[in-house]
Write a new protein. Structure first.
Length: 399
């Protein structure tokens, strides 16, 4: 490897680290604002499950999509370097201002902007991937909001006496168990004397593990809602506080799996450009390991300015609402990862928090703060792209 390639890899891991503390608030803002964990305990909790994602998302769907943002013929080390510098600058500016912008879109905007500067044309961009990514600037928070709204209403209805909510939750449990049965391929003819090794092999096929975890999330929720009507408000509050540990952990897995992969895609693109490896499928094992470690360490560093915005300024969050928001965000991240769509964890959890706020009343959401965030989201890709253009021309002068 050349010294410039090594510098790019280090820079990418620095961005990954910054991504961790920039987006730490996504997975711990609600658990801190509801006082389930102290800030220090929360960052350790989130960092741990950021790294757990390393063992779950092994197909690297998001990494593959990010590495193909720019057409291969136009990817050079100067392009990648310039995109990373631009992304780091915008991430630090938004972090300092307490604005929960998207690290994902910052990185892709910088990568695309530098490539356009290099080629002098927009034709270098892989349009289907970019259009899909840009569309989810709107769709990810919208899906998160709708999911959180539905989950909140499900919880609220389960507090009431009557058979309606119980029947619905029972049907969900039956449906999820049937789904898991088919996912695990539990066929009688396959259950040999080597039952244990067979089950482990099926579970740890990466595509199965993602869907199994998603099914278990919904199963836990459904079982929990069966017993809500029998609880008084104090007991339910205590159970929601415990359940928030689970929901924040699951969301942290989604955060790690989604965001660490974007840096994996950039590093792999650099290795391919330098002909260290022939293609994406030849990614060395140290790349995902380094990326998940970097984002976990970054999360441990916190991100207190953004926690304040996410945990208190959009709407007041209780443990009940925290569970609904984090669960909705996690489900959205797991599904979009399976669909190979790079989305923003920031956008997703913000939409989910808005969704739980809207179940109380629309005025419970501070829409002025929300619209300011949306402006930051819209500006992220073009501003990062313009910054990358400027950085590319400076770098080109010295290369």
């Amino acid at each position: 490897m050349t010294s410039f390639l090594i510098a790019i890899i280090v820079l990418a891991l620095v961005f990954d680290y910054i991504n961790g503390f920039h987006d730490a608030a996504n997975s711990i803002a609600t658990v801190v604002s509801t006082k389930v964990l102290t800030p220090f305990q929360a960052v350790l909790w989130a960092a741990l499950f950021n790294f757990v994602a390393f063992f779950i998302f092994t197909e690297h769907n998001i990494a593959g999509a990010v590495s193909k943002t720019v057409k291969p013929d136009f990817i050079t080390l100067e392009v990648i370097f310039s995109g990373l510098i631009a992304a780091i600058i915008w991430n630090l500016l938004t972090w300092w201002s307490g604005i929960p912008s998207s690290s994902s879109h910052t990185l892709m905007g910088g990568f695309a902007g530098a490539a356009i500067a290099h080629a002098g044309s927009f034709n270098v961009i892989n349009s289907p991937i970019v259009i899909k990514t840009v569309s989810f600037i709107v769709l990810a928070p919208l899906i998160g909001m709708i999911m959180a709204f539905i989950i909140s209403l499900w919880f609220i209805s389960s507090f009431r006496k009557g058979w309606g909510p119980k029947i619905f939750s029972s049907l969900v449990i039956i449906g999820v168990l049937f789904f898991l049965y088919n996912t695990l391929e539990m066929r009688p003819e396959k259950l040999t004397t080597h039952f244990k090794s067979y089950i482990l092999k099926i579970i740890f096929q990466s595509h199965n593990l993602t869907w199994i975890l998603l099914g278990l999330i919904i199963l836990i929720m459904a079982v929990f809602t069966l017993y809500l009507s029998a609880m008084n408000s104090v007991k339910a509050h205590q159970w929601f506080k415990r359940l928030q540990l689970v929901s924040s952990a699951i969301f942290s897995i989604g955060h790690g799996g989604n965001d660490a992969q974007k840096v994996m895609g950039i590093i792999t693109a650099a290795l391919i450009a330098q002909k260290v490896i022939p293609d994406f499928h030849s990614m060395p094992s140290w790349v995902p390991l380094a990326c998940y470690t970097a984002i976990g360490l970054g999360t441990m560093s916190g991100g207190w300015k953004i926690i304040k915005t996410m945990g208190t300024k959009i709407t007041k969050v209780t443990p009940f609402e925290g569970v609904a928001a984090e669960t909705a965000g996690a489900i959205t991240l797991f599904v979009t990862e399976a669909l190979k769509v790079p989305v923003s964890t920031t956008h997703t959890i913000t939409g989910a928090i808005m969704g739980v706020g809207a179940t109380k009343r629309l005025s419970a959401v501070r829409w002025g703060v929300t619209f300011n965030l949306i402006w930051a989201w819209i500006l992220t890709i073009p501003v990062s792209g313009l910054l990358a253009v400027g950085v590319y021309y400076i770098v080109h002068l010295f290369r």
